[in-house]
Design a binder for this molecule. Structure first.
Ligand code: NAD
Length: 254
């Protein structure tokens, strides 16, 4: 197992898609997992069932990653219940695609609030807790859109995900001497609810440009997250990792 007994790991948005795969894998590797969600009670119950039936330990908590008071409350509870936090995976994220010319400022703010401010809020509270025991590992989930630019309609999303990369690299320089590592995983196209709405023609276009010829399964992102979160990644910090199957395509259909 990657994690020693007593390891406490928090995954924001940890009950669906990539977040759920991360929660499942961290638990499988021995961590005691706290998975947050905003509203999907059914997905939360299913995550508990999946992890507990495999002998793992998980607690699901309703908490809005973009809401400062909600995040503070979550961390107060973690401090009281566990007294520590070893791993944070800041995963909660949304898309609200729209071409810039018709995008409302509210739509920009909504995406920045969850993706970027949400990462800021969770990381800040996590560092406050981790610095007490002078160890910890943070993995933020960005996107290939943050590295290479997003699809047309994703100026808001790409800005939020690029922001996560700059934020995380900078945070790594602040907290390294306190024993805390910060790394970024930037997935390409992954089979989750977020990509289910892609039209068949567009999906085929993307697939044709991906070296492996297919989209990723959420687990294929989760395995890297677990590695980075664990002591196997002890000399890795301030780094950004693509998980895009050998290609990421940006732009309209030909
Ligand atoms: P998803 O829609 O299946 O899951 C998103 C999760 O975030 C859900 O559990 C949702 O409840 C949670 N969430 C959203 N807003 C929240 C909030 N305010 N507070 C708490 N939780 C909230 O999508 P996914 O594909 O699993 O996405 C997970 C992360 O991976 C996101 O940050 C996304 O941007 C990123 N990502 C996804 C892809 C992809 O192709 N699916 C590619 C690159 C990056």
């Amino acid at each position: 197992m990657l994690f020693p007994a007593g390891t406490v790991a928090l995954v924001t948005g940890g009950v669906k898609g990539i977040g759920r795969a991360v929660s499942v894998d961290l638990a499988h590797e021995g961590a005691e997992v706290i998975a947050t969600y905003r509203q999907d009670e059914e997905a939360a119950k299913e995550t508990v069932r999946l992890i507990e039936s495999a002998g793992g330990r998980v607690t699901v908590v309703k908490a809005d990653a973009s809401d400062e008071e909600s995040v503070r409350e979550l961390f107060r509870w973690i401090r009281q219940t566990y007294g520590r936090l070893d791993v944070l995976v800041s995963n909660a994220g949304i898309v609200r695609d729209r071409h810039l010319i018709t995008m409302r400022t509210e739509t920009l703010r909504e995406v920045l609030d969850v993706n970027l401010t949400g990462t800021f809020l969770s990381c800040r509270e996590a560092v406050r807790l981790m610095e007490h025991h002078r160890s910890g590992s943070i993995v933020t989930i960005s996107s290939a859109a943050g590295v290479y630019g997003g699809q047309p309609g994703q100026t808001n999303y790409a800005a939020s995900k690029g922001g996560i990369i700059a934020f995380s690299r900078t945070l790594a320089t602040e907290v390294g001497r306190r024993g805390i590592r910060v790394n970024v995983v930037a997935p390409g196209f992954v089979e989750t609810d977020m990509t289910h709405g892609i039209s068949p023609a567009r999906r085929e276009h993307y697939r044709s440009k991906i070296g492996l010829g297919r989209l990723a399964q959420p687990e294929e992102v989760a395995y890297l997250v677990s590695f980075l979160a664990s002591s196997r990644g002890s000399y890795i910090t301030g780094s950004v990792y693509d998980v895009h199957g050998g290609g990421f395509v940006v732009g309209d259909l030909p």
